[in-house]
Design a protein around this ligand. Structure first.
Ligand code: PGA
Length: 255
């Protein structure tokens, strides 16, 4: 059975004390999750270990990093490896986010290497895909997104692909306040699932969690996440406020 997931991508936000306040508010609310639901907090690197410790007692709560390096170790000043993340209790890692692709020139090939390294160390990649506005306007978003999956993921074997979580994040909806309509999200998610079916078969496709991201917030989360192929959300801005994020978690239950 595929997992329903709400992941909070904090990006480069919050000081340590703000981060701890946010986590305490989430812990205090203690949202109850069923066995197939998960909440993943993806704070900046310095807070990962502490937040992993704090959330360990909360069933269904996990911690994810926002990036990792493609090599196991070595002379890569300023970088963090997948094994380091795993060693401090991190379970997930966001890869392929459009901000990393754009601002740090992360190529599909590099992302394929990062994905393999993360999997090797037991991390679960939350692999992001999604088209820019001009591609959406040209109506070629399906081919664009499928190409992203092909270039970075489709040479994984079945067992490896079976561990990936996908996040569809149309770039025109990230941080803009513009959200994909529930129909647009559903159409793309169904297309992604059909593409996975063609590559890996329907069993793997049906078990793959595909999250929607891009201006998802308390007021639209329920409608988005109740679409049959939308298995949760990757939440940026709205994950920084406990009340908003808790409402999105509650929407997962209601969807
Ligand atoms: P947003 O970001 O929710 O602020 O649009 C989503 C993301 O970039 O993961």
């Amino acid at each position: 059975m595929r997992q329903n997931i709400v992941a909070g991508n904090w990006k480069m936000n919050l000081t340590r004390s703000q981060a701890m306040d946010l986590v305490q508010e989430l812990l205090h609310a203690h949202p109850a999750l069923s066995g197939h639901q998960q909440v993943i907090l993806c704070p900046p690197f310095p807070y990962l270990e502490r937040i992993a410790e704090l959330t360990a007692a909360l069933p269904g709560f996990h911690v994810g990093a926002q990036n990792c390096h493609q090599e196991a170790s070595g002379a890569f000043t300023g970088e963090v490896s997948a094994s380091m993340l795993a060693s401090v209790g991190v379970r997930y890692v966001i890869l392929g986010h459009s901000e990393r692709r754009e601002y740090y020139s992360e190529s599909p090939k590099l992302l394929a290497r990062k994905t393999k390294e993360a999997l090797k160390e037991g991390l679960i990649p939350i692999f992001c895909c999604g088209e820019p506005l001009e591609i959406r306007e040209a109506g070629t978003q399906n081919a664009f997104v499928e190409q992203q999956l092909k270039e970075s993921l489709y040479d994984l074997d079945e067992a490896s692909f079976g561990r990936i979580v996908l996040a569809y994040e149309p770039i025109w909806a990230i941080g803009t306040g513009l959200t994909a309509s529930p129909e647009q999200a559903q159409d793309m998610h169904a297309f992604i699932r059909s593409s996975i079916t063609a590559r890996y078969g329907s069993n793997l496709a049906n078990n793959c969690s595909i999250l929607y991201g891009g201006s998802c917030k308390a007021s639209n989360a329920r409608e988005l996440m109740s679409q049959p192929d939308v298995d949760g959300g990757l939440i940026g801005g709205a994950s920084l406020k406990a009340s908003e994020f808790l409402a999105i978690i509650a929407a997962l239950n209601a969807a």
